[in-house]
Design a protein around this ligand. Sequence first.
Ligand code: DGJ
Length: 778
Amino acid sequence: MEQKYIRFDTLNSTYVLRVNEVGHLENLYYGPLLASEENLTQLFHKRDNMLGTSTGYDASVFDNAYSLDARFFEVGTAGKGDYRKPSIIFLSDNGYSQDYKFVSFNTRKVSEVTAEGFPLPHDASKYYEIEMYCAISNSTIYLDYLIFKESDVILRRVRFSGIGRLEKISSFNLDIVNNNYEVFATYGTWGNEAHPFTHKLMPGVFELQTNAGPSSNRHNPFFLVKEQDATLNSGIVYGFNLIYSGPFSATIERTFDNRLRIQHGINDDLFAKTLQEGESFVTPWGVLTTSTKGENGVSQNFHHFIQNHLVRSPFAKSARPILLNNWEGTYFDFNAKKLKYLIDDASQLGIELFVLDDGWFINRDDDRGGLSNYEVNKKKLPGGLKEIANYANKKGMKFGLWFEPEMISKDSKLYEEHPEYAVMIPDVSPSPGRNQYSLDLSNKDVQKYIIDNVSAVLESANIEYVKWDYNRNLSDFYPSSRVFESFFYDYTKGLYAILEVLMNKYPTILWEGCASGGNRFDLGILSYFDQIWVSDTSDAYERIRMHRTLAKAYPLSVMSGHVSAIPNHQLLRNIPLQTRFNNAFMSGGFGYELDLAKLTPLNKKFISEGNNIAKLFSEFVINGNYYEFKTNSQKEKYSYGVISEDKKHALVLVSNGSGSILPETLTLPALPLLEEAFYEVTTMEQITDIGSFGSLLKRVLPKFIKYDGPIINYLRKRKSTEELINIKVQENYVASGKLLRSGKLSLYPEWTGTGVGPTTRSGIDFNSVLYFISIKDK
Ligand code: DGJ
């Protein structure tokens, strides 16, 4: 067969395939953009002898030394000498052996790409299709590529047809030479999502995977493969993800001769698909990106792709309303009166959307029942949802509502009428999760039930925001169709079928995904929902870790962060309001989740002023170019923020870890701003209640005043005098772009135990400072 090269270029990357003499599709290169006149033969694998126990491909063809084990392929197969992990495992009448050969390469119109029941990103630059055929198994695959040029992102999926049993099919297979690469990925669990870790690749197979049902809080489906000495801003980094919300498996195999085989796709554990004549199977889209500009380069590629091609407009790039969610403020314990008080307070503080969380329907005064039947609890809300929505609207606010549509409680009417709608094995005691069960979304009747059920509620009042929750993993994998092999896959596609209808029906609603927080934080969900509740842990400091880690692959615009009460309900940690505000504000879905009535007048004043600032800057948080910055501190200090495209403005969050008395000279992290310009750097007033100095106050206060005594407490509650007991510090600097680029701008020091001055920051543990940076007019 005549050799042929296939080359895809994005703005800054190149992907090269070769159809070799035998017709196999070799993956020659994926990395930084190559010269347009590049001699692609340079990329060939140069070995022309076989190693001892290698298996030759076929003695009768062009070259005895040709062994599949030594080459780089676009599809990994078993049975003809490639002993790495196959990317497709298919059992045909001839067994597991497979041998795909090139049939055709087609440049197709972008409008011709079919969704196949999966979310489909929009506005691709190019669509290419490669057809391959395997004579041994009599099966055909189409490799589909969508190129997103400006984002430097390539999507790949496989469409498969053949008669037999498909046991594994990765969305992509990438063979590259290992250049001291390591993996960056996440692990976690409920309330404790998105811990970052780095793994040095050793010979063998490294796997990130989950079987929980959703993409899960165990590992997010994104990961980076990076040069060990790549930094935040330099070095080659690859980024991978999957547009899928079900169980996935990502593997990286390091071979004996230091090559890597990277695969990502649906998890092949607990999966198979038996295909008959005329049937086919399609994988979700895998996402590939690469950058020479370090981790931030890859993050920016992912963010560009998500904001321009994945999240639905009009929400992708616009400011979201500041919200108040009643969950941590009231939990299930509310009635119309209480909600109206919350709305009153919220509207006075400039909050724009009131969200009624769990507990508004019958049998739902705790988390033990009620799911699947969304009939309003008239005891709590005698005027129904309409009354609350209208009340919020009258106060100039929007109204939003919580749902958990994929679930069923045993005490429900639906369970009585249709027990087969619940995922349970007949005559086997089911495994509960949060006292509830999953509906079988692979069943079309269930899909219709959910669509009708949700639609009826959405039409019963002026609901402009929905929080779609999902609070348990799958178990007892028994759909009523008894198609067991592909249940996870069918469930996930069932979810997409429902969401496709609802998104088209209600295009102006702002949708927020939630799965006990981040149990389904993935690109599949973000194809429908505009933002996701990151975690059930609302503690501001934990959120810094989560948001910073997730931001490697997802823009701040899709993360929701709320200011909650102290002590924090999950950690009992006390973080100052200022920091709780800063950290939540740096997320697209910014809001509050606490009983506003419990705030002191000064806190209310802060929130009201803070909301004005948030309104001015929220579009910038959403659309600015994201960077993580390196701090000069030896402590657990983290920094990230956004810089405008023209580099005239920046918003930089610097977060402290646990405090120590070790004084450090703090500097503002190096920021890539305009060298020739001057900037003003400023903060909001940082307020410290003198009560936080504890009994130290004895040294300065008259003897009869105790730091936690009645006088201070009285002052704390008085509007006018509350300010008396607070120390205010505001940082203001003017610095050149050169100085800001150097990372040497010296900042106000932290409290170290021997005195307070006008430049001392006294909030120590876990506090943060937000720096507003703007070019200075000449
Ligand atoms: C879990 C969510 O993450 C919370 O924010 C809240 O909505 C509860 N579910 C309600 O049950």
